[in-house]
Design a protein around this ligand. Sequence first.
Ligand code: SF4
Length: 480
Amino acid sequence: MAEVLLVCPPMTREEFFKRGAKFAGAVLPPLGIAYIAAMLEKYGHKVKIYDGIAEGGMIDDAVKLLNGCDIVGLSVNSSFAYRAKETAKAIKEKDKDVLVAGGSAHANTVPLDILKDHQFDLSIIGEAEITFCELAESIDKGKSIKDIKDEKIIKGMAYMDKDDRLFYTESRPLIQNLDDIPMPARHLLPMHLYKMTEARSSRQPCHSMMTARGCPFPCTFCYQDLYKKTYRTHSPKRSVDEMELLKKEYGAREIAIWDEHFTLVKGRVIEICKEIKERGLDIPWSCVSRLDGINEEMLKEMRSAGCEFIAYGVESGSERMLKVIKKLETKDAMRKGFQMTKSAGIKIRGYFMLGLYDETLEDMQQTIDFAKELDPDVVGFTLWVPFPGTTDYKRAVEDGTYSGVPYWEKHNVPEFNFLDNPIYVPKGVTKEQLMKMHRKAYRSFYLRPKYIFKQFAEIRNYDDVKRLYSGFRAIINNEN
Ligand code: SF4
């Protein structure tokens, strides 16, 4: 049996959230880490998880948990790669023999960044569940880090070879039957610390889960390129088992399903809805979908099974930009999708982006106008960040609109801090203009008399009042 510590790099709430996000930012469980932990436990290994974001902790807090561990797995995203590297360094200083592996998007796309200074021994490429189990098994058999590297047997890894050159082992096939992976090891997570924002969910605790992985669409700003545009699902039974567990064991009053595209396979969605109703589960839930992935029959089933909110990524109100980012949806189709969803009695979260590759101020204004026309119940305007591995990152570096200077090497840049200092500014736009547009987008959407009146008219209980108050504070603080 190997002992494994899985870590989300520590970060305080002040570092993680800026401006209005301090009041509207959610703290979500690291389901990726919890899936790896569950698989390791299934094969008899001993696992601890330290979620340094939820705990708002310090690097030392992670190091203290090291006692006796054989392997440390660190989650590394571009937003906080700097902190992940600081944590790996502190861990190696405390115990140079412990195997330190980095996983997640940044470790996949720019493994050299985390490996070149030898704070990490390995980078996990692709899905990590089986790779971690094979690493744990090797360590359990008494193999050293050097043995593992020399053998080159374990698939899905990158590391520096003996000549200090980046070496990839054979690629790891994706897990075809997702039901082979046990449910996330939530018993190892600080479940009481996770919080969906009151602005987005009026019932706490609202717990998170996934019923599918991947998305086959080609949006150029999105990470899905990395995962080979595949789509794999849990069975309807397993999905509803997990919903039931969240309600009965973890006291969920609401469930957020975070699949990239929940409604892609309509027959499966209808089966899930039927299963929820047959079990009399009676819990509100939300999901994420594309507007071309719905129809009236399915929406009706979803509503009757408790679906309360659907989040749609609209991204842009400019037909030109929808083509540039390969959204493969038109504004008219989106209008119809919004109408259909509202008619089914399901609320909508609409997500839009500003500062996209090749975007003009005129395009951004069209996005703000389109958001107001569509009139979702909750809106989010995100500033685009050039994450390595995406098509738009490559396009922006190639045409010189993004310098390609690795922002993740200089300091911690958690997602919401980008609001104070946008990483990418499209050609012909200034940083000040972009930030002004971002503020204008929120203000002009939420401070409309029509929107305010609708929100007050929908107050039913104290939870609704709290949700409104929290949303209002977020808008006011977004101005500062
Ligand atoms: S539809 Fe959503 S998840 Fe799929 S590629 Fe586009 S942005 Fe990504």
